[in-house]
Design a protein around this ligand. Structure first.
Ligand code: FDM
Length: 212
């Protein structure tokens, strides 16, 4: 009998929502409950493509907008064989940003539509659960200044938030909105509950294909 697969769990949200902290806490909680789990993040800046993206985000290089969009997508595709191997081995993957960030950030730029932005990511492994850590721009501002990287301005982040709201209307994706204004522990409890559910369900379901 084939080994039961792990779940693909994605955390999305605007800057300062606490995605990275919550991904780490979730991996620990899953492991402690006896479910193998590992964290991944996109962009993965360790690959050759990831280094091009990183230089762009740090404003050390300029790339044409369509080009960088395709690089972000290629950075996901290059990791698909590894992701599939892990999931097949029964390891759940907790992923800090995925194709939804890809679409939300590029389509927030002038001249891009949602459909064009989604296309290169069609067919990626489909997450069993996507949690959107929801934080109003006012609450995000209370958490301190934005950093120095490209995209880290409140005007752009507001545009990105609107694009995420459009993406969340798609019922083919299992979206859960999490109130990220709660305490770290309360957010963690919500996220863990949804994730345990997803991990249990994924055991008996084939891995889907995103936006197909
Ligand atoms: N980002 C992230 C994109 O523009 N497209 C993508 O496909 C992905 C995955 O890159 F501003 C943006 C979102 C964010 C930046 O920041 C990555 P972190 O701090 O490494 O998550």
């Amino acid at each position: 009998m084939a080994c039961k697969r792990g779940a693909l769990i994605v955390l999305e949200g605007v800057d300062k929502a606490g995605k990275t902290t919550q991904c780490k806490k979730l991996v620990q909680a899953l492991q402690q409950s006896g479910r193998p789990a590992e964290m991944m993040r996109f962009p993965d800046r360790s690959t050759t493509i990831g280094q091009l993206i990183s230089a762009y985000l740090e404003n050390k290089s300029d790339l044409e907008d369509h080009t960088v969009h395709l690089l972000f997508s290629a950075n996901r595709w290059e990791l698909v064989p590894l992701m599939k191997r892990k999931l097949e081995q029964g390891i759940s993957l907790v992923v800090d940003r995925y194709a939804f960030s890809g679409v939300a950030f590029t389509s927030a730029k002038p001249g891009f539509c949602l459909d064009w932005c989604k296309n290169p990511d069609v067919g990626l492994p489909k997450p069993d659960l996507v949690m959107f850590l929801n934080l109003s721009p006012a609450e995000a501002a209370l958490r301190g200044q934005f950093g120095e990287e490209r995209y880290e301005t409140s005007v752009f982040q507001r545009a990105v938030q609107q694009k995420f709201e459009q993406l969340m209307k798609d019922p083919s994706v299992n979206w859960q909105v999490i109130d990220a204004a709660q305490s770290v522990d309360d957010v963690h409890k919500d996220i863990t509950n949804h994730s345990l559910n997803a991990v249990n369900k994924a055991l008996n379901l084939p891995l889907g294909e995103l936006w197909k």
